[in-house]
Design a binder for this molecule. Structure first.
Ligand code: G
Ligand code: G
Ligand code: MN
Ligand code: NA
Length: 253
């Protein structure tokens, strides 16, 4: 059977799950947020990595209902953690370009916030540079409505696409995420170090938040902290965890 058909069934057979990866304050190690990341476990195929099924979901349009499920489910989960007495955390959710180009995104997000009771300020949508460069007029309008709702916006994988500095201003972005490809060799490769420093400086100059992803070692953390990166995410702290394990992680800290 084609992956696309199996993926269609996955949505209705509850084979999709969300894992949550902590985002940590670089100075004191406190958890400030979580990123929701899709996982798919199929009875025949086993774990299918997102890098394999997300492009398929984007090509066949399934990313729209799957993305709506991600938003609904993660908002409920984040609100459930608040109601369980855990401190307020930012919830970061990845969006695909197609979700922006189809009608209904604003209603999906407004509905998920209303049904869950999660304050809009706690929801951060991770966009890619390519989303912001496609269909600029419609995207601007969608972003304007999201900002009016109080939702936050970040740019994922910053520096890997067609970085256009003008959109940082036009789209009123709140935070940049330094891509893990710049973090990997940050303590040994002078070019990666320079790029990471430049992105951090840019965020500071524009008064944007800044987070680095893919942080795996103490050396990387020390470099980023000294360069002024306020938040970090990566295996050094935790891999993405199922909800119960994430809750246990939060309670231990
Ligand atoms: O979790 P992992 O590192 O394997 O994720 C691989 C890729 O899949 C990342 O680029 C991530 O942004 C993307 N991804 C994970 N979850 C979602 C999701 O809910 N929606 C979209 N659009 N992309 C996701
Ligand atoms: O593109 P995006 O940033 O959404 O993708 C995040 C992906 O990176 C997730 O699939 C997640 O599993 C993965 N990831 C998270 N932390 C680390 C890390 O420290 N090292 C590596 N190699 N991957 C990571
Ligand atoms: Mn992301
Ligand atoms: Na990324």
């Amino acid at each position: 059977m084609m992956l696309q058909n199996r993926l269609h069934q996955a949505l209705y057979r509850a084979e999709l799950q969300l894992h949550y990866q902590p985002q940590v304050n670089a100075a004191d190690g406190r958890v400030t947020g979580v990123e929701a990341l899709l996982r798919w476990r199929n009875p025949e195929l086993g774990e299918v990595p997102p890098a394999r099924f997300i492009p398929v979901a984007e090509d066949c349009g399934l990313i729209v209902p799957i993305g709506a499920w991600v938003i609904e489910q993660s908002c409920r989960q984040a609100q459930a953690w608040r109601q369980a007495g855990l401190p307020d955390l930012t919830l970061s959710v990845n969006l695909s370009a197609l979700q922006f180009r189809r009608a209904g995104l604003i209603e999906t997000i407004a509905g998920a916030l209303e049904r869950s009771g999660l304050p809009p300020q706690l929801l951060e949508l991770e966009l890619t540079e390519s989303i912001l460069l496609q269909d600029v007029e419609n995207t601007l309008e969608a972003v304007r409505q999201l900002k009016a709702m109080g939702v936050r916006l970040s740019i994922d994988d910053f520096g890997t696409g067609y970085s256009s500095l003008s959109y940082l201003k036009r789209f009123a972005v709140d935070r940049l995420k330094i891509d893990q490809s710049f973090v990997r060799d940050i303590s040994t490769d002078p070019d990666d170090a320079a790029i990471a420093r430049a992105i951090i400086q840019l965020a500071h100059s524009l008064r944007l938040g800044i987070i680095a992803e893919g942080v795996e070692t103490q050396e990387q953390l020390a470099f980023l902290r000294e360069a002024g990166c306020s938040e970090v995410q990566g295996y050094l702290f935790s891999k993405p965890l199922p909800p119960a394990e994430l809750e246990a992680f939060l309670r231990r800290r």
